[in-house]
Design a binder for this molecule. Structure first.
Ligand SMILES: Nc1ncnc2c1ncn2[C@@H]1O[C@H](COP(=O)(O)OP(=O)(O)OP(=O)(O)O)[C@@H](O)[C@H]1O
Ligand SMILES: [Mg+2]
Length: 201
């Protein structure tokens, strides 16, 4: 069975001067372990496709037709609360700017532990150990010390690794990444792509 199925997706923005149809009949499927890359010119609808899947379309944008199924179950008509639970637990998200995903006021350890404990039944100690392991797995050196640092204390590439660790925190089945390397140096881009590939293997 497909992990994710997008069937005849239509996304519209109702406006004063009529309705703009931004996505018109998009269909694709992703199998477990599969990586699907989406390319297209600016404004083609790549980001909207990702936002629809993770339930973060900005109003007044809305799914006006079609279906989105995760493991065979529709997720395109769920409440914000239900979708928040699926995001993180079943679907991880990675965006262009790591700072949009990180809270500047909290240490990265606190953010990781909170995310882990929101979705997995774990003691604070066990969650912290898992957080350290995630940071190690995503290539953060000296993870046991770095876990108590704040987002501004990391370089851009390291921050994106932290975001990936955060996206992986609750063992999601699917990761939606929208330009995860655009904001990074070319030399770092390849490392992040390699890391994402290894996560899917
Ligand atoms: N809030 C909005 N209100 C109205 N139209 C919107 C809104 N957001 C996006 N659109 C329209 O939806 C279309 C697709 O936008 P989207 O951001 O998905 O493009 P993209 O393929 O990700 O482009 P890029 O490569 O520049 O990131 C655009 O043509 C845009 O005009
Ligand atoms: Mg985009």
């Amino acid at each position: 069975m497909a992990l994710l199925e997008v069937k005849n997706l239509i996304v519209e923005f109702p406006g004063r001067r009529g309705t703009l149809r931004a996505l018109d009949d998009i269909s694709f499927a992703i199998a477990p372990g599969e990586i699907l890359g989406v390319v297209g010119e600016s404004g083609a609808g790549k980001s909207l496709t990702g936002a629809s899947i993770i339930g973060l379309l900005e109003p007044p944008g809305r799914v006006a037709g079609g279906q989105i199924l995760l493991e065979g179950e529709r997720i395109d008509h769920l409440s914000h609360e239900q979708m928040r639970h699926i995001r993180g637990r079943k679907i991880g998200a990675i965006f262009q700017d790591p700072l949009t995903s990180l809270n500047p006021l909290y240490s990265i350890g606190r953010q990781l532990v909170e995310t882990i404990q929101t979705h997995l039944p774990m003691s604070a100690d066990a969650a912290r150990q898992r957080a350290i392991k995630l940071l190690q797995d995503t290539g953060i050196p000296a993870a046991e010390q770095r876990i108590d640092h704040y987002p501004h204390q990391f370089s851009g590439g390291m921050r994106q690794r932290v975001v990936i660790a955060l996206a992986l925190a609750a063992e999601p089945k699917l990761i939606v990444a929208d330009e995860p390397t655009t904001a990074l140096d070319v030399s770092i881009q390849a490392q992040i792509i390699q890391l994402l590939k290894s996560v899917c293997a």
